[in-house]
Design a protein around this ligand. Structure first.
Ligand SMILES: *Cc1c(COP(=O)(O)O)cnc(C)c1O
Length: 442
């Protein structure tokens, strides 16, 4: 059966007339996989329905936020109730206090957070705070880590130690990119060498808590701990970007995932917690709510208490904070084992189907998050991640779509599941896999 895509095609044509590339975020254009992006009309639980009436199991989940599935009744009720009481006040309101308290309560080192509207705003503001606190300007990031479209953080190229990166994007001035040093992920020696040479200039190291934007590439043993040790020794801050992992890889994000039952941190925080954290995605429940936070003494440097300015007309928006709070409250300790079980079944089945067709692949995990690389062997860095067969992924993606499963339209993304992925959704995925694996091998 071939799906009709007539209406999506017509909408994509209209979209391209009024919006660059027809989309409001580049990866949605299907450039990495080919074909027509599906215009979604509605979504419920694990299902997306497009404008042509095709139904897909959703493995994007809005790139993370829809951890409970679409239109979850508790969240819908909270949003409806909030909207009835007004959309935006531009004054303090109780919902923002409750959401901030929930976030602070979940991530042990956090004392205060400031709410913003996107992950990009969170990382941008965290960098400004780090520079304001330290009086230094250089930022260190890792190749393959995405922190939103912040000028200083779009630099990804150049993995050499102490080389100034060139901007990846036109429109980023050399002066902005020139304050950013990009190092290879999981290469602590490169970090140590850079700090030995230029430690006094570095305001902060920012890292994805467990990278998920080049596919899932968890920190190797001792890497995060090493970052903490080196930054602390040189008076630089460590910023842990949990926009993707926050409240998804565990109840307390990657930080909580790395906390053992006895409170020990087997995976990287023995040397102490990061100074600042950033959050987004899940904490907005599908609405624009994000945050950055850390110790109270650092956060006190923000206006109105301190000299680092940061603000937002819609920050702490009552509808968004209601959605975020209802979502986090439904993210109970019971949810995460279920997500992990669902993810494991999907990953195992995908792996078996690909193996049966002789397609080289590797599955990597970060708590309940996983991704499938179309290559063999451990992936520890962006260089490793790039050495995969993206054309095979494109064929796999198209066949899964035809089989009623909407994967992320890029080989460099996690596959996101939700608490609403039930037996019917799983069966649909399992049924689609053999043909998709065959297509990938072709
Ligand atoms: C998605 C993401 C961002 C950017 O968040 P937006 O809400 O898209 O601006 C930043 N950091 C990480 C790790 C992300 O996954």
């Amino acid at each position: 059966m071939t799906q009709s895509t007539t209406r999506s095609e017509a909408l994509f044509d209209r979209a391209r007339a009024v919006t660059p590339g027809g989309v409001n975020s580049p990866v949605r254009a299907f450039g990495g996989v080919g074909g027509v992006p599906r215009f979604i009309e509605r979504a419920e639980g694990p299902w997306l329905t497009d404008v042509d009436g095709n139904r897909y199991v959703d493995l994007i989940c809005s790139w993370g936020p829809m951890i409970l599935g679409h239109a979850h009744p508790d969240v819908l009720a909270a949003v409806t109730d909030a909207a009835r009481r007004g959309f935006s006040f531009g004054t303090p309101s109780e919902g923002e206090v409750a959401l901030a308290a929930e976030v602070v309560d979940r991530v042990e080192p956090l004392e205060q957070v400031r709410l913003v509207s996107s992950g990009t705003e969170a990382t941008m503001s965290a960098l400004r705070l780090a520079r304001g606190v330290t009086g230094r300007s250089v930022i260190v990031k890792f190749a393959g880590c995405y922190h939103g479209h912040v000028d200083a953080l779009l630099a990804q190229a150049g993995s050499g130690v102490a080389t100034f990166a060139l901007p990846d994007s036109a429109g980023v001035p050399a002066s902005a990119a020139g304050e950013t040093v990009v190092l290879p992920y999981n290469d602590l020696a490169a970090v140590e060498e850079l700090f030995a040479a230029r430690g006094q200039e570095i305001a902060a190291v920012i890292t994805e808590a467990s990278p998920g934007n080049m596919g899932i590439v968890p920190p190797g043993p001792g890497f995060t701990e090493g970052l903490r040790r080196v930054t602390a020794a040189h008076g630089a801050l460590l910023i842990s970007d949990e926009v993707m992992t926050g409240f998804r890889s565990s109840r307390s994000g990657w930080y909580g995932h790395e906390t053992g039952p006895d409170g020990a941190h087997p995976g990287g925080y023995e040397g102490g917690a990061p100074d600042l954290f950033t959050f987004g995605k899940v904490m907005g429940g599908g609405f624009p709510a994000a945050a950055f936070g850390g110790r109270a003494d650092l956060m006190a440097r923000l206006a109105p208490e301190g000299p680092v300015y940061q603000a937002g007309t819609l920050s702490g928006n009552p509808v968004a904070t209601a959605a975020g709070l209802a979502t986090l409250r439904a993210c109970t300790p019971q949810l995460y084992p279920r997500l992990e079980a669902t993810a494991t079944r999907i990953a195992d089945a995908a792996s078996a189907a690909l193996s049966a067709e002789g397609v080289a692949h590797r599955v990597q995990w970060a708590g309940s998050m996983f991704s499938v690389f179309f290559r063999e062997g451990q992936v520890r860095s962006f260089d490793d991640a790039q050495q995969q067969d993206t054309a095979a992924y494109g064929r796999f993606f198209q066949a899964m779509l035809e089989g009623g499963v909407h994967l992320p339209p890029s080989a460099f993304e996690a596959w996101f599941v939700s608490g609403a992925h039930d037996e019917e959704a799983l069966e649909t995925i399992l049924d689609a896999l053999p043909a998709a694996a065959k297509a990938a091998s072709a």
